[in-house]
Design a protein around this ligand. Structure first.
Ligand code: AFP
Length: 281
């Protein structure tokens, strides 16, 4: 596991340099999810696969940018599901973006995720590693990730990050989000999953939601690359992560690009989600 984390650190360092200085334009391809790829998406994917290929314990990798699972070392133990540059459509606006990694054994399912790591490329580069605990690191002047603190969610927070097109939200979802605002929650939503979930985590609590919508009943966010890693982080930080009814980490994807509605937060907000969604017939 240590070698995997070291490879992720090396990737993060190289990707942050690419974000800072490379061309931010589009490539001519689409990725496996049908999104137009930026040159930076392709480069970040390449960097990560190159670094992970050096690690003997990595058996195979699945990238959000690729259709297939790539076998790296037949005798390896870990399967790595990663989104090399999540939120890359924000690159031209100079908002924060991120890389997300789920470290699995046996298959890419919720119950089999063993650790999760994400990097936020913002004004500073930060990395969160979740194993039994959740630890925050920051890149320093010497290009090393320095430990900052262990992260814990409070019982209840103040922030509300609500994703998806509002006009397509089911009415019960809109009513629930309105109730939180009526209770005093403040809107914090950039459109980048990594900085939006990082903000809630570092500030101690709140709700991030990306529901099933009328046009996308299974939501937008991908289980293997985005949802399971953050579900693992939030649970280990003392919060909860559900699809409206069940723990996200109980789910198994049909294929490695499957999506799901998802809600991440501290206990108070997620209990509210479960209560509202339990009444839907
Ligand atoms: P991109 O990778 O296409 O920029 O999508 C970003 C993202 O997957 C995730 O980071 C956000 O939480 C979510 O999409 C935002 O989607 P909406 O704009 O539909 O709220």
């Amino acid at each position: 596991m240590t070698e995997v984390i070291e490879a992720i650190k090396r990737s993060a360092f190289r990707i942050q340099e690419a974000i800072a200085y490379d061309d931010t334009g589009y490539a001519e391809n689409e990725n496996a999810s049908g999104d137009v790829q930026l040159k930076l998406d392709i480069k970040s994917d390449y960097i990560i696969q190159e670094e992970l290929a050096k690690v003997k314990s990595v058996k195979a990798v699945a990238s959000e940018e690729k259709e297939t699972v790539d076998m790296l070392n037949e005798g390896g133990k870990y399967l790595i599901g990663y989104d090399p540059l999540d939120g890359s459509s924000l690159i031209d606006t100079n908002l924060s973006v991120g890389s997300i990694f789920g470290i699995y054994e046996d298959d890419f399912s919720g119950p089999n995720i063993k650790a999760a790591v994400y990097i936020v490329y913002g004004p500073r580069v930060e990395m969160v590693i979740a194993t039994d605990t959740v630890e925050l690191y920051r890149l320093d002047k010497n290009s090393e990730f320095k430990f900052i603190q262990t992260v814990h969610l409070h019982e209840k927070g103040k922030l509300n990050a609500s994703g998806g097109t509002q006009a397509k939200w089911p009415s019960y979802h809109k009513a629930m989000i309105d109730t939180l605002f009526a209770e005093g929650y403040r809107l914090r939503y950039s459109g980048g999953m990594v900085p939006d979930l990082h903000q809630i985590l570092v500030k101690g609590g709140g709700l991030f939601s990306y529901p099933g919508t009328l046009d996308k009943p299974e939501g937008k966010l991908r289980m293997v690359f985005e949802v399971f890693p953050f579900a693992f982080v939030y649970e280990k930080a003392g919060g909860k992560a559900v699809d409206g009814h069940r723990r996200l980490l109980e789910l198994s994807p049909k294929d490695h690009h499957s999506t799901t509605p998802c809600f991440f937060g501290s206990n108070y907000e997620i209990n509210k989600v479960l209560d509202v969604y339990s009444k839907i017939v």
